[in-house]
Design a protein around this ligand. Structure first.
Ligand SMILES: Cc1cc2nc3c(=O)[nH]c(=O)nc-3n(C[C@H](O)[C@H](O)[C@H](O)COP(=O)(O)O)c2cc1C
Length: 264
């Protein structure tokens, strides 16, 4: 079978996890589709879809909402949902499932994987979780992949798609989604140290919200910025700074520990 996983990954944790997943699935060839700056794919070309992103203030990352807005109504196309999170996933998986269901996908299952934090304010509070996923968490992920494989096998052999109710877990049910207005407050207004900036354009390349213009140094449109820290995390010379963060607690890519665990 042919599948597509539409993903948004700020620092690469989610991307690494779905690469791992797609290599372990034996009955479906998955194409990985980065939703940043790319068009919505034509789902009729695929037997199954996946939607993957990271937890952003207790829900799916902001970009996923505008991506789903652009998707045409489907007729029961099987889909699974997946997210990574650093501390607590809250309602991410459930909302991702709801987004997919609202577009006519038949959501068959979902999984949330604990990974290191890429949110600098949490890393500053010594909540980096650089040892995630722990062995038990990785085993649970492996078990989920096996389960997904059997679900896909069922689809392949009989076209019967059993859907699973996506739950948010006890903590997800108790905790409300964090107010996202806090994101901009935590971030403040970013700026660039012109002495350090090498005009490489990385900040513009990684910004999912078109909030960076190069002139040739970056100018930031603070109205378009969602405070996702992508420009801050990825700047190779750490020249982008905010009122509270300058040259500290970056997480530009999966750490070596996580990269080793997920098979690279
Ligand atoms: C803006 C922002 C908000 C975040 N909010 C949460 C959160 O509410 N709960 C949580 O557990 N992790 C949160 N995180 C951490 C990420 O979900 C986590 O580190 C994830 O693995 C990053 O995935 P990525 O490398 O694919 O971007 C947040 C990260 C960012 C950048």
């Amino acid at each position: 079978m042919k599948g597509i996983i539409c993903y948004y990954s700020g620092s690469g944790n989610t991307k690494l996890a779905i690469e791992y997943l797609s290599k372990k699935i034996t009955n479906t060839d998955f194409e990985l589709h980065n939703i940043v700056k790319n068009e919505v794919p034509d789902f009729t070309n695929y037997d199954v879809a996946g939607f993957a992103t990271f937890t952003d203030f207790g829900g799916p990352a902001q970009l996923m909402y505008s991506f789903f807005d652009k998707i045409k109504m489907q007729k029961d196309k099987p889909a699974f949902v997946f997210n990574t999170f650093g501390f607590i996933s809250v309602r991410t998986l459930k909302e991702l499932g709801n987004l997919a269901t609202s577009k006519g996908f038949n959501v068959i299952s979902g999984f949330s994987l604990h990974t290191p934090e890429n949110y600098p304010p949490m890393r500053k509070r010594n909540k980096a979780y650089d040892d995630a996923p722990k062995p038990k968490e990785l085993r649970e992920f492996d078990n989920y992949i096996k389960f997904l494989n059997t679900q896909l096998e069922d689809i392949k052999s009989s076209n019967i798609t059993r859907s699973e109710k996506i739950k948010s877990g006890i903590l997800g049910a108790i905790f409300p989604k964090f107010p996202r207005t806090q994101a901009k407050k935590d971030f403040g207004i970013q700026n660039v140290d012109e002495g350090l900036c090498i005009e490489c354009g990385m900040c513009k390349k990684v910004c999912p919200y078109e909030a960076v213009e190069l002139n040739p140094k970056p100018n930031f449109d603070h109205k378009l910025c969602h405070g996702c820290w992508a420009c801050y995390n990825h700047c190779p010379t750490k020249s982008i700074y905010t009122p509270k963060f300058n040259g500290i607690h970056h997480y530009p890519k999966p750490n070596t520990e996580m990269t080793r665990k997920l098979g690279y």
